[in-house]
Design a protein around this ligand. Structure first.
Ligand code: DP6
Length: 320
């Protein structure tokens, strides 16, 4: 079982695409209350790996990606057996929540345990990263930094604070439930085609350090400025890559403007967006009822999901 996470300082672009070694370090928070639960059984009678997501066979591309990941696990465990994988999300697919983060974190944990590997947190995070970069951050607990490095073994997620450190809430304003046209895996490859990516990367270390400090100090105002700046920088890169990627919709912009107004009026609230139009509106837990109620009134908001800081990925053994 693993939670998805939301990045405050983003991962966009890889220094090594195959190994998913990121161009810069990133920082996120796990989202409690949202889960991916995955079971893996290696079965000698299987001819191929099989995969069900929420009870259905996913498109070929996703099956292939999971099979490639299982090959990594098989190589580590020195086995050749194929596996049966079944995964359930309790949050809507394609809701702009990085389901690949919880998906590959849960798969790394379940598959490595089923293959008889006993990986520690660092090993699990390193493995999860190979499936999806952001999954490296869903292995440790709470607030997590995933460090960039030149070598596979040095790039993994580390918790900088437990979930109870800071009572934040993520109010996810859903404005579209359609699947995104260009997914993150394709997007990362385009990052380097933007003339702005170099500028974004040049300030990435400093932004991460300032954001880490704002979280450790529970300084919402400093946190808000950094989170929005980092989000705008990533989207500026997306919009100026070739081909360009435009994820914002009119409703996304309306929410962003409203959040800036609410902050000016004194609410502890800010926003960030991933590779999609839905807006993660971050606030202190004390204000989450007010913020969610405000968001629901904005035209174009279909619904609002809410999550607090979440714990680590963990093994859940089914009874019997
Ligand atoms: C915009 O982890 O989904 O959400 O490694 O190709 O699976 P892959 O990409 P992914 O990218 C996440 C991009 C992001 C920002 C972030 O979560 O840091």
């Amino acid at each position: 079982m693993a939670h998805p996470n939301i990045a405050f300082v983003k991962y966009w672009g890889n220094r090594d695409i195959k190994l998913r070694l990121p161009a810069s370090s990133s920082l996120s928070m796990n989202l409690a209350g949202l889960h991916t639960r995955t079971t893996v059984q290696f079965d000698p009678s299987l001819q191929t790996d099989t995969l069900l997501i929420n009870g259905e066979a996913p498109p070929q591309g996703q099956q292939h990606r999971v099979s490639e990941f299982l090959h990594l696990v098989r190589n580590m465990a020195k086995i050749r057996t194929k596996a049966r994988v079944s995964s359930e999300n309790d949050f809507p697919n394609g809701a702009g929540i990085a389901s690949s983060s919880s998906a590959f974190a849960a798969l790394a944990l379940a598959a490595s345990a089923a293959a008889g590997l006993r990986l520690d947190e660092r090993g699990l995070s390193t493995l999860a990263r190979r499936g999806s970069g952001s999954a490296a951050r869903s292995i440790p607990s709470g607030f997590v930094v995933w460090q960039a490095a030149d070598q596979d073994r040095n790039s993994y997620g580390v918790s900088i604070a437990p979930p109870e450190h800071w009572g934040l809430a993520d109010c996810i304003a859903i404005v579209s439930e359609e699947h995104k046209a260009v997914g993150s895996a394709e997007g990362h490859k385009l990052a380097a085609t933007s003339p702005l990516q170099a500028a974004r990367l040049a300030g990435a270390v400093q932004r991460l350090e300032l954001c880490r400090k704002a979280i450790l100090d529970r300084d919402f105002s400093g946190f808000a400025d950094l989170v929005e700046l980092d989000c705008h920088l990533m989207h500026a890169v997306m919009m100026t890559s070739r081909p360009p990627l435009h994820y914002w919709m009119p409703a996304s912009l309306a929410i962003m403007a409203a959040v800036r107004d609410w902050r000016k009026a004194g609410l502890s609230v800010c926003y960030t967006l991933d590779a999609g139009p839905n807006v993660h509106v971050l606030c202190t837990d004390r204000e989450n009822e007010t913020v969610a109620a405000h968001l629901e009134k904005i035209p174009g908001v279909i619904r609002v999901l809410r999550a607090n800081p979440g714990g680590p990925a963990r093994l859940v053994n089914e009874p019997g």
